[in-house]
Write a protein that binds this ligand. Sequence first.
Ligand code: FES
Length: 134
Amino acid sequence: MGTNPFIDADAPPPPTRRYRLTLKNTGQVFEVDPGNLPEHQDGACGSVLTVLLANDIEIDHSCGGVVACSTCHVYVNQGFDTSPNPIEEEEDQLDFAPALRDVSRLACQFVPNGSVDVEVEIPIWNRNEVSEDH
Ligand code: FES
């Protein structure tokens, strides 16, 4: 799991309940099981980034999931409140993200707790690899 040595905040806790993650761009629905979280080098454990990458969704994540870019920007259309609030470093990176919305988060740091199903959407400028044809 990649970490940023300049950030000393605790990682968000992993999900505690099963939930469904919908990717609005493609309509795909992924089951997330706290007992079988995807293993990936990039992003916080249980983060939306790890779930998408484990399901072959090629979402940009230039810094490797250590809160040093904004390329993993997603809109959380449903379940926005199921992850701890962003740390200061995430808010700083989001300031650089185009087309920011109130529901914007960095996918590498957004870790739903599983209390409700979640829908995310990859912004249009970051949809190079994601299409409705998948
Ligand atoms: Fe760089 Fe998420 S991949 S902040």
